[in-house]
Design a protein around this ligand. Structure first.
Ligand SMILES: O=C(O)c1ccccc1NCC(=O)[C@H](O)[C@H](O)COP(=O)(O)O
Length: 210
């Protein structure tokens, strides 16, 4: 099956259109003020409105209070809410009950124990996104996790691979871990927060060629 492609941290109409044209299956908007990719709820709603129905939109947040989060989801109307902080399973369950979205949880993977630790979320989410452990930011740091930890792992829930992926290494990542979905942010940027349409295209081509 073709690997899904999520281009995350898009903040301009041009790069959203480029990601869609390049064949991304998911586009992500980061609503987190400390991020160089931050967009306001209003900006995220305007970007989301450009996305055709066959491409899924993701609103990424970090440790937001539940009421503001549900309000933001209501305004942006993404297909998916991606929680990228220390949100608990109960919080994800609350979102699932109160917003008409899939709920994804990003988890930093340091070692084999991390894979055990994320089991606490099973049952409370629709997809788990394995990322590198947090760096300066909770995500979007361009850091890769140890792909060998995922090689041959029997995943109990739907999952995706994030962290340090680039057009040059995504083929190796796919061959090693066989992910249903890959997620990239800084690997398709010319500077933090500045997406590069040529890199977006190259990334999508590399995924399809893998
Ligand atoms: O991208 C950000 O700035 C960000 C900030 C806070 C939490 C998460 C963030 N991004 C998460 C993503 O979905 C990234 O695509 C994922 O962490 C991979 O990032 P990268 O290693 O830069 O490709």
């Amino acid at each position: 099956m073709q690997t899904g492609i999520k281009i995350c941290g898009l903040s301009t109409p041009e790069t959203v259109d480029a990601a869609v044209a390049a064949g991304a299956t998911h586009v992500g908007f980061v609503h987190f003020e400390k991020s160089p990719r931050h967009v306001s709820v209003e900006q995220a709603a305007a970007l989301r409105a450009r996305v055709p129905r066959e491409v899924k939109s993701v609103l990424l947040t970090v440790n937001m209070d539940a009421v503001s989060h549900i309000r933001a989801l209501d305004a942006v109307k993404p297909d998916i809410a991606q929680a990228h902080g220390n949100e608990r399973a109960e919080y994800l369950g609350l979102l699932r009950k109160n917003a008409p979205v899939e709920v994804w949880k990003a988890c930093g993977i340091k070692n084999a124990q991390s894979l055990e630790d994320v089991k606490r979320y099973h049952g409370a989410l629709d997809l788990i996104l394995y990322d590198a452990a947090p760096g300066v930011l909770p995500g979007g740091n361009g850091l890769a996790l140890d792909w060998d930890l995922l090689a041959g792992y029997q995943h109990p829930v739907p999952w995706g691979l994030a962290g340090g992926l680039t057009p040059d290494n995504v083929g190796d990542a796919i061959r090693t871990t066989r992910p249903p979905l890959v997620d990239v942010s800084s690997g398709v940027e010319s500077a933090p927060g500045v997406k590069d349409v040529d890199l977006i295209r190259a990334f999508c081509e590399a995924v399809r060629a893998a």
